[in-house]
Write a protein that binds this ligand. Sequence first.
Ligand code: FAD
Length: 483
Amino acid sequence: MSEIMNDGEMKSLVDALGKIVGPSNVLDRYEGRKKFTGDQSWLTYVHAHYGKPLSVQDAVATPHTTQEVADIVKLANKLRIPITPMGGGSGVQGAADATRGGIMINLREMTKIRHLDKKSLTITVEPGYNVKQFEEDLNKQGLSFTHYPASAEWASVGGCLAARGSGVLSTKYGNIQDHVLSCEVVTPTGDILQMPSVPKHAAGPEMTMLQVGAEGIFGIITACTIKLRNLPKRRNFNAFHFETLAQGIEAGRQIMVTGLRPAVMRLYDKEAALHSLERAVAAGLKGVTKVLMFDGDHPTLTDAEANVAYDICRQNGGVELGCQIGQTWWEKRYVFYHPPYAPYLPQMWCTMDTVADFEHIEATYDKVTHAMKNAIDPKWGLTLKTHFSHWYDWGSMIYPRWGVPKGPDDLDEAVALHNKIIHAATIAAHEAGAVINDHHGVGLRLAPYMKLELGDAGMKFMAGLKKGVDPLNIMCPGKMGLE
Ligand SMILES: Cc1cc2nc3c(=O)[nH]c(=O)nc-3n(C[C@H](O)[C@H](O)[C@H](O)COP(=O)(O)OP(=O)(O)OC[C@H]3O[C@@H](n4cnc5c(N)ncnc54)[C@H](O)[C@@H]3O)c2cc1C
């Protein structure tokens, strides 16, 4: 990772940034790299562990207004240096790592609520608002974001949009792209662009969506208007045991294609049920398990919808396990990301998230599982636990979580082993008719597979867009499989 600035140039950069955001809101390379080490991907951690950090920003600037963000971007264009936006830093693909130096823009201090419309249940909020805090503040007013990524305690609202994420209630409320109505963006040349106020219009393509999932390459989201919901009056939980995964998938398919909308529908394969879910719920699970939750403003309707879905589970061989498992999971849903559940070095870990339609879903599960299990020498003791947790009316997400108790002691060998597993899983998903990811974004990890996903024409289109809006390639260069 080459340094792009000498110390003198860096000092001039720090001074120039200080004139925009105030000197106390700028860190130089030395302090900036200590405080902002990159995101939460295993790749970031392992590189830092071996003293070769992936995130090598020359300065970190913390703006408080959109105008300050725009002025920083203009400065970067003038100096021709890269910019990497940093939200909560909870990404798992290395997207927020400033791999080519330059300026990291820390958005965590942009947290104002600009407008709350209680009639339309919409809110305009700045990108740095922490997701957990946002939800808690809304709950005090009887409202909810309903976007609950498992990383809520670290993630920012803007980061959720930029990475095109999903929350645990996505099956009913949609992924982040279904929550967002509009956004304000500082473009890569430093203009302030206000998108149409609602996404329903016929004034050309929906440009807000160009920013959702762009991971910063098309600009910096400085505010967004998103939908809210009332806190539900009723939550109805249940869980079912299935003899086979196929039965659980078929029950899920029937629930979705007939228009029922569980807020939560999590189908755990045997490994995930016994070695992950069971650790939290301690319910004596025996194998494939599905956890369901229906919620809503109208308790009678919620219960009626739930009962129809539960009948579908029974008709597909599901054995009812009762409401306690779901309730315990709901209360403990964040424990999985803390000790003793969360992995740490020298372990290796990662997830892959893929989506397939119902026609291809079983084959995708089988092929991805087979490919991952056979990707590396059995001596590494790879563990694999898979669940299906974001369902659509045409298919479902498959989420294999893998781990290796201890990887190689050499950085390059460890990364090569990691990449072998990711490669096997991604190719297997693609060959089975699925996509390369569902909600974890691209970052460094999946950048090499963007061409597989989009093809030559798709990459040409993306590169053309990027060159058009960012002629000097300031924003997040090298990300998304682009130059
Ligand atoms: C334990 C754990 C559990 C997780 N569970 C989930 C989950 O359930 N669902 C899910 O979707 N994800 C999950 N993630 C992944 C991650 O939390 C999400 O991708 C999240 O949306 C990232 O938000 P962030 O603010 O931390 O973004 P960052 O990691 O800071 O940044 C992500 C990308 O977006 C860019 N970016 C950040 N803010 C902006 C902005 N305002 N404008 C433009 N670009 C920006 C960054 O440059 C980077 O490319 C999990 C991560 C962890 C560690």
